[in-house]
Write a protein that binds this ligand. Sequence first.
Ligand code: FE2
Length: 371
Amino acid sequence: MSTETAGRLSALELLDWDHLHFYVGNAKQAAHYYATAFGFEIRAYAGPETGLADRASYLLVQNDLRFVMTSALHPESPIARHVAAHGDGVHDVALRVSDARAAFAATVAGGARAVSPPEETSDHFGSAVLATIATYGETVHTFVERDRYKGPFLPGFIAYAAGARATAAPKLNAIDHCVGNVGWNEMDLWAEYYRSAFSFTPLVSFDDSDISTEYTALRSIVMADARRKVKFPINEPAKGLKRSQIEEYLDFYGGAGVQHVAIATDDIVGAVRALRANGVEFLETPGSYYDGLESRVGHIAEATGVLRELSILVDRDDLGYMLQIFTKPLQDRPTLFFEIIQRRGSLSFGKGNFKALFVAIEEEQAKRGNL
Ligand code: FE2
């Protein structure tokens, strides 16, 4: 191992998810939606009342999940321009580090493009250091060093006591993985980016023989850190008879961006029941998927009838099995969606489900006239 790689690994040693920062058209209403539909608590706020003249931000928290919804207050804001170009979406996949200056220096030395150099901010709760680098499309990674900060989120935010709550609590825990869609033939380039800037290694990869239906295809590789805490699958479109779901995303997002966020739970059956009760819409699985399910994936603890009722998918690898389900797009553009995942040992990303899943996605694409 080179000294540069060793230095980078030590700078990123305790890398973890910190938060996802969404740029949206109306943060107040988006916060209400994610609170009431997905069970988040609106815990902090920043805006004109706290000295931010150009934007309003709401922090949503649920267990280890932190989402921030931000919207612009003026048309000339870069946030307004981002929303006009991409629609509502994830602008920043922010990562927790023990030393933001070291993480920034190491990733920039490894080829990452600098967006904002390390900056220390503080208020009466303490101080935090933030530094930002670019990734695919207009998406960025902010390194967050917050060991010396005790406030509700980051300096500038104040506690937010009011706010809507979900009627049924889905008990979502943490981010499992966060997927980027990139342009034609760009997957290898972005995999190399995460290898050189982050010293990530490929966990698994899929080609169009794994991931294609009669009509559409994609290629995918999963890049992960040494602890396998932070996992970034990267998808690119592949040629099929009709328009790939990745192409549809790229057309509507206006380029590369975050396609889906997989959220881990310890009880997917309870979570999906609660989310459905709260009005969350999921992709429906063809009934035939459940015929002979256990003969394909082996014995599972959950009753097949319940999985069929809720459209939950199952996949197995050498280490165990996993259950997963995908929401429909979370905004009018067919771009960002969530996956709900429960791992019972397995490290799988659901390869065994790609066919069934993509048939369901294509049915939705066809309804939109984009297949
Ligand atoms: Fe996924």
